[in-house]
Design a protein around this ligand. Sequence first.
Ligand SMILES: Cc1cc2nc3c(=O)[nH]c(=O)nc-3n(C[C@H](O)[C@H](O)[C@H](O)COP(=O)(O)O)c2cc1C
Length: 311
Amino acid sequence: MAPVNRSMNVDMTVRLGSLELRNPVMTASGTFASGREYAEFVDLERLGAVVTKGVSMTAWAGNASPRIAETPSGMLNSIGLQNPGVEAFCQTDLPWLAARDVPIVVNVSGHSIAEYVAVAGRLDAEPDVDALEVNISCPNVDEGGMTFGTTCAAAGDVTRAVRAATSKTLIVKLSPNVTDITEIARAVEAEGADAVSLINTLLGMAIDTDTWRPKLARGAGGLSGPAIRPVAVRMVWQVASAVAVPVVGMGGIMNARDAAEFMLAGATAVAVGTANFVDPTTTVRVLDGLEQYCQERGIAQVSALTGALKA
Ligand SMILES: Cc1cc2nc3c(=O)[nH]c(=O)nc-3n(C[C@H](O)[C@H](O)[C@H](O)COP(=O)(O)O)c2cc1C
C-alpha cells in the first residue's frame, strides 16, 4: 500500500436531510447520555453530532435492576428509557450541550403516538435542537417503543404524526426485531422521514445457571455490541437499497474499519454505542481512523464510501 498522505485534505462532511454534519461519526442514543459525562474524554465539538438518550414527556424511572449483563462480544440491557422528561431535559442538558458547537439530535420516546407528538412538538420549539431521532424500536418498555416499529402501519402512523409536529430533520430509528426491515423503512420514508437509523438492539436473553434466574430482572433485553455487527451491516445494506433517504448505521462499531464497513454497505453516517463503555474515546478514534483510511486510499470525500460496496 502507498505511504499515507497525512497532509491530504479529506472532506469529511456528510448530509442527513437538510442537516450538514462536519463528519459522519455520531453517538448512539443511550450510550453517551447528553455528552456531559464524556466531555472530559472527548472534545464533543469534533463529533458529527451528539445523539441524546431517549427523552419522553414525563420522567421515566426505567426498569428494575439488574438491567445490564455482559455477553460474548456484547451486552444485554433493559434500562427501559430512564430519563428526566422533556421539560427537565430542555432546562438542564440542552443548554449545556447547546453551549458546545456540535449538532444536537434528540432521541424521542413515547408510550403512545400522542406522547411522541407532544415530545416532538416541545422540542420543535427549541432552536438549539437540530434533529429528532424517533425511537420506535426500544425492546425494553411494555407499551410503546418497539411495538411501533414492528408493523408498517404503526411505524407509518407515528412518523406521519411526528412529521406534522416538527419541521426539524426527522430521523426514524428502526428495530431489527422484524421479518423484513425494508418494509418498515419504506413505510417511514413514505410518511416523511428525512433519514432512518438502524439498528436498535436485538432481543436477547441470558440466564445465570447458578441461580437459574435471568441475568436481567426483566427477563429479556436488548443485545448490542460487536456480536450484532454482521446483522446490522446486512440490514443497512438492505435498507440503503430500499429507500432514497440517508441511512445512519450502527451496531457494534468499535473502530474505523467497522465504520467503513457500514458506509460501504450504504450508510451515510454512523453511530458509536456500546464501544463508548469500553473506551470513552472511541468516537474520536473512529473519526481519526476514518480520515486516515481515506488518506491511505486517496479518497478525497468520505461520502464516496457510502454504498461503494463492490459485487
Ligand atoms: C445501555 C443502552 C441504552 C440505550 N438506550 C437507547 C435509547 O434511549 N434510545 C435508542 O433509540 N436507542 C438506545 N440504545 C440503542 C443504541 O443506540 C444502539 O442502537 C444499539 O446499542 C446498537 O449499537 P451499538 O452496538 O454500537 O451499541 C441503547 C443501547 C444501550 C446499550
